[in-house]
Ligand binder design. Structure first.
Ligand code: N2P
Length: 341
């Protein structure tokens, strides 16, 4: 009898010691090229944990995974309109501000937005735009319109974002409509446009900078920071926001309701909001910082660059993507048909 107890105690002890030795793991689900090694390693060292980063190509990919019951994620980075959808679906945890004292470092310009008016569920990570990146050594004069992505002389030499709202959005803009159209006729027209374009498209890919850097394409429907990153390797690359207008976004940091390590996730958010860490986000992603004091830690060329801060006239041509509610199924269906081509 006694031996049995000793045996049991030994087993339990081994189990607990084993558990303790295992480091806590923070699981981050985000866009490609969004969390640099130095940001990850800085947190890992200071907090004695490991961070695992997994990536998605679009907000809809993220939503699909979460709706399918993915429960391992502690940190996710949806864009603005997807924050509203996730709140509505009851998939986000409320942030405890007591654990995020650096919240005060955020510029009010990026707080209280339509998608989370009290910032109960999100803090801003970066902001940017969508447009066209092109190699000025090959394509000249500079394109001005989305129409260049329908020019058959560039057949097989360009990519489109693998993102239903952005890509249908580009076609809607070309046609003179809103990114947030809820008119079935307009969605049909945009869909027809994109079906006609499909034979020209080399690839639908959200990580467009990879194609630009490899020289697989000379032009890409692309997000601003990713174009900016491609320039480091290929200095002839330029970025333009077409005259018909485009999208702008704020990508947020949220904690899913199902997060296994909520307190640690809040510590991570607080860490991201330290000015010197936040500067590393911009230095790496080439998207804008929402922490004004981070600018002190940024090289001159990243403080006011026009890729990050477009001129006023361009800004005025930009729209935010919004949650179209039940109408989303029209976008879903159109996208399925386009991708089937
Ligand atoms: C970064 C992608 C930016 C995300 N590679 C656009 N919301």
């Amino acid at each position: 009898m006694r031996n049995k107890y000793i045996f049991l105690v030994l087993i339990l002890l081994t189990f607990f010691v084993g558990c303790n030795r295992e480091k806590k793991q923070l699981n981050v689900f985000t866009w490609a090229g969004y969390v640099s090694d130095d940001i990850r390693e800085g947190f890992e060292k200071e907090f004695g944990v490991t961070i695992l980063v997994d990536t998605f190509a679009s907000n809809e990919d993220l939503l699909t995974k979460l709706m399918a019951g993915a429960t391992g994620y502690d940190i996710i980075m949806p864009s603005d309109y997807m924050v509203s959808i996730l709140i509505k679906q009851n998939l986000l945890a409320e942030l405890n501000r007591d654990n995020i004292p650096n919240f005060q470092n955020i510029s009010p310009l990026f707080l209280g937005k339509y998608f989370d008016s009290e910032n109960q569920y999100s803090i801003p990570y970066t902001f940017g735009t969508a447009g066209i990146a092109y190699d000025s050594a090959v394509i000249s004069p500079a394109p001005e319109s989305w129409a260049v992505l329908w020019d058959d002389q560039y057949k097989n030499q360009f990519s489109m974002l693998d993102d239903q709202r952005e890509t249908i959005g580009a076609a809607l803009k070309l046609l003179g409509y809103s990114l947030n159209s809820t008119d079935p006729e307009e969605i049909r027209a945009a869909k027809e446009k994109l079906i006609a374009q499909a034979p020209l498209v080399k690839q639908y890919k959200s990580e467009a900078e990879e194609l630009l850097i490899a020289g697989d394409v000379v032009m890409a429907h692309c997000w601003s920071g990713d174009a900016f990153r491609a320039i480091e390797t290929r200095p002839t690359i330029r970025y333009v926001i077409p005259k018909e207008g485009s999208s702008q976004f704020i990508d947020a940091v949220c904690i899913p309701k199902s997060a296994p390590h909520k307190a640690l996730a809040e510590q991570f958010i607080d860490y991201l909001l330290r000015p010197e860490v936040n500067a590393k986000i911009t230095a790496f992603t080439k998207y804008g910082t929402c922490v004004p004091t981070a600018k002190e830690f940024l090289p001159e060329n990243l403080r006011e660059h026009k890729f990050i801060y477009p001129p006023k006239a361009v800004l005025e041509s930009l729209e935010w993507l919004r949650d179209p509610g039940d109408f989303t199924r029209h976008y879903d269906r159109a996208w399925e048909e386009i991708k089937a081509k």
